[in-house]
Design a protein around this ligand. Structure first.
Ligand SMILES: Cc1cc2nc3c(=O)[nH]c(=O)nc-3n(C[C@H](O)[C@H](O)[C@H](O)COP(=O)(O)OP(=O)(O)OC[C@H]3O[C@@H](n4cnc5c(N)ncnc54)[C@H](O)[C@@H]3O)c2cc1C
Length: 300
């Protein structure tokens, strides 16, 4: 029986773990990976203390900080269910069952899919959801990024350095990503921006050879070998049954990171706290552990 289980090792879960270790709590960290979305970020320029750092380097710093403490870490393990019964919180994973008196859910978000013909067929055969992870595979090729928000612009900025041509496709009439990124992107002659454009199918044989798009009402085929899907994220909260959520799947929390179930806390992108950023997720992770600590002290 643990005092606390933390689910997820992105910025929120890692920070929650550092705080729990410093409080000398008896806790277990269960996660599918280390770094979460922070590890997918290209350039991070808004984490205080680092004017510029890559997502990979920031993740390495987080991991180094966490591993300076003696933390019980179950990596590569996916939580599938949680349940609170008779005051005990039971966490089920694909590998085992663990009990705790308190829980912090810091399971973040995952990429939204396009849901169009060809997407499933060509997943990892030209279709990817992570420019940082897969961008280097498309050196000298023509690629398309779907989505004109910050994640899409971040992907374009990374791909400018790698690909031959980059198409940025946005369904709305304008891009919604930060102005500073849009300005930098427009400095590159490699980028063609298509707004009011909807991707309707992914084409290929063994690998992607193109995409079908509808620009305004005109159908076109773009011959690209890589498709980077950046159309938003959905919360990893399916396993959190019995906890109040928003329609989007985000877990409802108050300013103490308490969920609707006493003893179960949540932090970071998986929650309905506005603004999804590394520094915000980290701060929320810290707050969640302090709230869990207070909750456990009161229980005693
Ligand atoms: C491309 C991109 C670029 C970005 N750039 C920036 C930037 O420049 N600056 C900035 O501040 N923010 C940026 N962000 C946003 C930032 O990365 C997130 O806000 C932040 O990582 C959220 O942290 P988190 O810990 O809440 O969740 P996540 O980072 O999503 O981490 C969730 C963790 O939970 C684990 N997990 C998920 N489900 C389960 C499960 N069922 N069982 C066990 N473990 C599970 C995951 O493996 C992961 O370790 C970017 C995001 C993206 C996608």
């Amino acid at each position: 029986m643990y005092d606390l289980i933390i689910i997820g090792a992105g910025p929120a879960g890692i920070t929650a773990s550092v705080y729990a270790a410093r409080k000398k709590m008896n806790f277990l960290l269960i996660t599918k990976d280390i770094g979460g979305q922070a590890a997918w970020s290209g350039d991070v320029e808004n984490y205080t203390g680092y004017q510029f750092i890559s997502g990979a380097d920031l993740t390495a710093k987080f991991e180094e900080h966490m591993k300076a403490y003696d933390i019980k870490l179950n990596d590569n393990e996916e939580v599938t269910d949680i349940k609170k019964e008779s005051g005990i919180i039971r966490v089920k994973t694909k590998k085992g069952v663990y009990d705790a008196k308190a829980l912090i859910i810091a399971s973040g978000k995952k990429s939204r899919e396009l849901g169009i013909p060809g997407e499933k067929e060509f997943k990892n055969k030209g279709i990817t959801y992570c420019a940082t992870c897969d961008g280097p595979l498309f050196s000298g090729r023509d690629v398309a990024v779907i989505g004109g928000g910050n994640a899409g612009l971040d992907a374009v900025m990374q791909l400018i350095k790698i690909a031959r041509l980059v198409y940025l496709i946005e369904v709305a009439p304008y891009l919604s990503g930060d102005d500073i990124l849009q300005t930098r992107m427009k400095e590159s002659e490699k980028v063609t921006v298509l707004t009011d454009a909807r991707v309707t199918a992914v084409l290929g044989d063994n690998f992607v050879t193109g995409i079908k798009i509808k620009v305004k009402n005109e159908e076109r085929i773009l011959h690209v070998e890589g498709v980077f899907v950046e159309i938003g994220l959905i919360p990893n909260s399916e396993f959190a049954r019995g906890i109040e959520k928003r329609e989007s799947g985000e877990i409802k929390v108050n300013s103490y990171n308490e969920t609707s179930v006493p003893g179960i806390f949540a932090a970071g992108d998986v929650t309905d706290v506005p603004e999804k950023q590394i520094i915000i997720a980290s701060g929320e992770g810290a707050k969640a552990t302090l709230s869990a600590f207070r909750y456990l002290t009161r229980q005693k």
